[in-house]
Design a binder for this molecule. Structure first.
Ligand code: AHM
Ligand code: MG
Length: 339
């Protein structure tokens, strides 16, 4: 028991690495921890009662909302609103940014962007889902209400990012730009405990993760890359293994630990890709870079993209550095979009 380091203790310890830290970010991370526990509790009950299935409503992106999407969104939003550190929230489940225009909100330093329940179409079949979050310092002056420009910042300006994976065990993984740290939830004591300090991802991997059912709609470079992954070349460790859960957090988490590449390219159906830059791609890109990996839109670094819209989509390639470089080289060699 004496060796256990809880997430709460770890956050405070890390705060001392920054002599001028005010403790506000620590406090914000603590509220994320609390909301994660609440959502975890409900997800564990999925299948019981009437909490799975859809709410017969689409979000602004035309996707059917699941009951647990709405639940997770409300819980995370409420946890943020209850603290003094957040001046606004943007979420996959909200059409527009939500500004906390109270005295406290106007004087709060941070905005948070989140996907409250990523991969939620998997929830009814007991497959792992997750929460993704991204935190920035506001650009607008303290004392005023936050505005859209506080949310439309490039990913390299993030001060913290992380995800919660509700899996065979529940984990919270986060970075504040000083390494990536993972905590496993112990339900018997209701606490996240440090289990993966300073996570590093392998430079090379042998797992590729893509929805291959869309093959016919992929750009030429992606089709060629998939064939490359499947070629028999034992010296180079090919054929690679194909693993695709359809839940970004789960696919990302496995590849982070084992080495691999997650791909969601542009397709004929989604010319800009499917995944959202601000609350899916940027936080994962910050984490992977902190773990020694790489994230790209096929030609450039995800974290350098200057966003123009809250729900902007982007093609996404993330994982082991050498694998990302390889897929970029295929896209360069075969630039024709679709054929
Ligand atoms: P969501 O946020 O609506 O759940 O959508 C994002 C999810 C990712 O978790 C997953 O990797 C991807 O969409 C799966 O898409 P597809 O079913 O097209 O393969
Ligand atoms: Mg999502």
């Amino acid at each position: 028991m004496s060796n256990i380091r809880t997430l709460g203790e770890f956050i405070i310890e890390k705060q001392y690495d920054y002599p001028h830290a005010s403790g506000e970010l620590s406090s914000l991370l603590s509220s994320i921890r609390l909301a994660a526990k609440v959502v975890n509790c409900e997800i564990n009950k999925a299948g019981l009662g009437n909490i799975t299935g859809s709410v017969n409503k689409e979000n602004v992106q035309g996707e059917i909302q699941q009951k647990l999407d709405v639940y997770a969104n409300e819980k995370f939003k409420a946890a943020m609103a209850a603290r003094d550190q957040v001046c606004g929230v943007a979420s996959e489940e909200e059409d527009h940014e939500v500004i906390f225009d109270s005295e406290l909100g106007r004087n709060a330093k941070y905005v948070i962007l989140m996907d409250p329940l990523d991969g939620s179409s998997n929830i009814d079949v007991n497959v792992s889902v997750g929460t993704i979050f991204s935190i920035y310092q506001r650009l607008s002056p303290l004392g005023e209400a936050a505005n859209i420009h506080d949310f439309l910042q490039p990913g390299h300006k993030q001060v913290a990012a992380g995800y919660v994976i509700y899996g065979s065990s529940t984990m919270l993984v986060y970075t504040t730009g000083n390494g990536v740290h993972g905590f496993t939830y112990d339900p018997s004591i209701g606490t996240f405990c440090l289990s993966h300090e300073n996570m590093r991802t392998p430079q090379e991997g042998n797992i590729y993760s893509i929805n291959e059912g869309n093959y016919i709609k992929f750009p030429q470079g992606i089709k060629k890359y998939i064939k490359y992954c499947q070629e028999n070349n034992p010296e180079e460790g090919r054929p690679y293994t194909s693993r695709y859960i359809g839940s970004l957090v789960s696919d990302f988490h496995r590849n982070l630990l084992k080495g691999g590449l997650y791909l969601y390219p542009s397709t004929a159906a989604y010319p800009l890709g499917k995944l959202r830059l601000l609350y899916e791609c940027n936080p994962m890109a910050f984490i992977i870079e902190q773990a020694g990996g790489k994230a790209s839109d096929g030609t450039k670094r995800i974290l350098d993209i200057v966003p123009s819209e809250l729900h902007q989509r982007v093609p996404f390639f993330i994982g082991s550095t050498q694998m990302v470089i390889k897929v970029e080289s295929f896209l360069k060699e075969y630039p024709d979009p679709f054929s």
